[in-house]
Design a protein around this ligand. Structure first.
Ligand code: HEM
Length: 407
C-alpha cells in the first residue's frame, strides 16, 4: 500500500499494479444499462480486478469497490472531503448541510438536526408510526390486495416526517411533489429550478413558524439557530436534504424489504414466531440491496489506495452497494441470510457523515414489516413488479416503484 503509482490513462502504472483505465469496466452511475443486476456483476468485476477504477465521464472520478477501502475513506474525512457535493456531476453551486460540509461546520449542523434524528426521538415517534401503519393497513386490508409502494412504502415515511415537522397533510403532498420532480431532474437547470422553489417554500414555512412557534422540530430548529446564526438560505437547503433523505431513502429501503417478503412468503411464519429476528432481517435486506449505492468525496491530498495514486482534488466514489457484497467481509454475499450476524453493512455509510436518520428509518421499517406480517401473513406478489432500473436519483437509488400483492 506504500508504492505510489499512477494508472490513469496515459500514465505508465508500472509492473504489479491492479488494472485500471482501459482494461477495467467503468462504473458510470448515469449509464442506462445500470440495472441492479448489472450493477452487482460490475461491482464483482471491479472488486476482484480493479478495486480503484477510473471513470472519465462527468468530470472524472475514481470508484472504490472493496469494503475495506470504502469504509477507510468514509472514516477519513480529513483526506476525503464532502465539500464537492453529493451529485456527480454537481447539480447546484449551493451546498446542502450537513452532507456537503466538513468539520467544524459539519458538527454544528449535525447538532441542529439531532432533535429530529436522535435514537430518543425515534423512540418517542413509535406510537405515531404504529398509528400511521395501522391506518394504512386498515385502508387496504378489506380489498384482499394492495400496491405496497403507493399504499405503504411512500406514505409512511412522508407522514412521519411531516408529523415531526408539525406540518399538515397538504404539506406531505407538496413535499412528495417536489421530491419526485427533483428525482426526475436531479441535474442541470431543471434540478436547480426545483432547488430554488423548495428553498422559497421552506423560507415561507420558517416565517410562519417564527410567528406561531409550536412544539415541533422546525420551531426547535429556529430557536436553536438563534445562537448559531445560520442564514435562512442555508437552513432551507438543510431542510431540503433532510426531507428528501428523510422520506425517499426510507421508502426505498422499506420497498426493498416488502418486495423480499412478498417474494418469500415461506419466511413469514419463522419471522412471526420470533419477532426479534425482524430487525436482524431488515439489516440483511439493507445490506443486500443498499437503497443508496454510492456517495462521493474529493481527495484533499495525494493518497494511495490499493496501490493506485489518487491526486489531491480528484473525485472518489465510495460504492457502498459494492462494499456490502464483498465476500472478504460477508460470507455468501449474494445470498440473503435473514439471520446474518454479524452484519457490518454500510447501507447507512460510516464515519462522521453516517446517516443520522438510521434510528428513525429502522423504527419505521420494523413497525411496518411487523404489522404487515401480523395482519396479512402469506402476502405475495400478484402482478408486475417495477424496480428502479436502471438506478435512479442521479444513478444512486435502488428500490421498488410498484409492488402489487395479494394474500
Ligand atoms: C433506509 C433509509 C436510509 C438510508 C439507506 C440512508 C442512507 C444514508 C447514507 C448512506 C448516508 C451517508 C452519506 C455519505 O456518506 O456522504 C446518509 C446520510 C444522511 N442521511 Fe440517511 N438514509 C436513510 C434514511 C434517512 C432518514 C430517515 C433521514 C432523516 C430523517 C436521513 C437523513 C440523512 C442526512 C441528513 C444525511 C447526511 C448526514 C451527514 O452528512 O452528516 N436519512 N444516509
Amino acid at each position: 500500500m506504500t508504492d505510489v503509482q499512477d494508472t490513469r490513462p496515459g500514465h505508465d502504472p508500472g509492473p504489479g499494479t491492479p488494472a485500471t483505465g482501459a482494461q477495467c469496466p467503468v462504473f458510470d452511475p448515469h449509464s442506462p444499462d445500470l440495472t441492479p443486476e448489472r450493477a452487482y456483476e460490475l461491482y464483482e468485476e471491479l472488486r476482484s480486478s480493479c478495486p480503484v477504477s477510473r471513470g472519465e465521464q462527468h468530470g472524472g472520478y475514481w470508484a472504490l469497490s472493496r469494503y475495506d477501502d470504502v469504509r477507510a475513506a468514509a472514516m477519513d474525512h480529513a483526506r476525503f472531503s464532502s465539500t464537492g457535493g453529493v451529485y456527480v456531476p454537481a447539480v447546484s453551486e449551493h451546498r446542502f448541510p450537513p452532507i456537503d460540509y466538513d468539520p467544524p461546520q459539519h458538527g454544528a449542523f449535525r447538532k441542529l438536526i439531532a432533535p429530529l434524528t436522535s435514537a430518543a426521538a425515534a423512540k418517542r415517534m413509535e406510537p405515531a408510526i404504529q398509528a400511521t401503519v395501522d391506518a394504512l393497513v386498515d385502508g387496504f386490508i378489506g380489498a384482499g390486495r394492495a400496491e405496497l409502494v403507493e399504499q405503504m412504502a411512500i406514505p409512511l415515511p412522508l407522514d412521519v416526517i411531516t408529523q415531526l415537522y408539525g406540518l399538515g397533510p397538504q404539506h406531505a403532498e407538496d413535499i412528495r411533489g417536489y421530491s419526485l420532480e427533483f428525482l426526475e431532474n436531479s441535474s442541470g437547470e431543471a434540478g436547480q429550478a426545483v432547488i430554488r422553489r423548495v428553498r422559497d417554500y421552506w423560507i415561507e414555512v420558517f416565517t410562519e413558524r417564527r410567528a406561531n412557534p409550536g412544539d415541533d422540530f422546525i420551531s426547535q430548529l429556529l430557536q436553536m439557530n438563534a445562537e448559531l446564526q445560520v442564514t435562512d438560505h442555508e437552513l432551507a437547503n438543510m431542510m431540503f436534504i433532510l426531507t428528501y433523505a428523510g422520506h425517499d431513502s426510507t421508502a426505498l429501503g422499506l420497498s426493498n424489504a416488502l418486495l423480499y417478503l412478498a417474494e418469500h412468503p415461506e419466511t413469514h411464519a419463522r419471522l412471526l414466531e420470533d419477532e426479534s429476528g425482524i430487525p436482524v432481517a431488515i439489516d440483511e435486506i439493507l445490506r443486500f440491496h443498499a437503497p443508496l449505492h454510492w456517495f462521493p468525496r474529493v481527495a484533499t491530498e495525494d493518497v494511495t489506495i490499493a496501490d493506485q495514486l489518487v491526486r489531491a482534488g480528484e473525485r472518489v466514489m465510495l460504492l457502498f452497494g459494492s462494499a456490502n457484497r464483498d465476500a472478504a467481509v460477508f460470507p455468501d454475499p449474494d445470498v440473503v441470510v435473514l439471520d446474518r450476524k454479524p452484519n457490518r453493512h454500510l447501507a447507512f455509510g460510516a464515519g462522521i457523515h453516517s446517516c443520522p436518520g438510521m434510528p428513525l428509518a429502522k423504527a419505521e421499517m420494523r413497525i411496518a414489516l411487523t404489522t404487515v406480517l401480523r395482519r396479512i401473513p402469506g402476502f405475495h406478489v400478484d402482478g408486475e413488479v417495477e424496480r428502479t432500473s436502471p438506478l435512479e436519483g442521479g444513478g444512486r437509488h435502488l428500490g421498488v416503484r410498484r409492488l402489487p400483492v395479494t394474500w
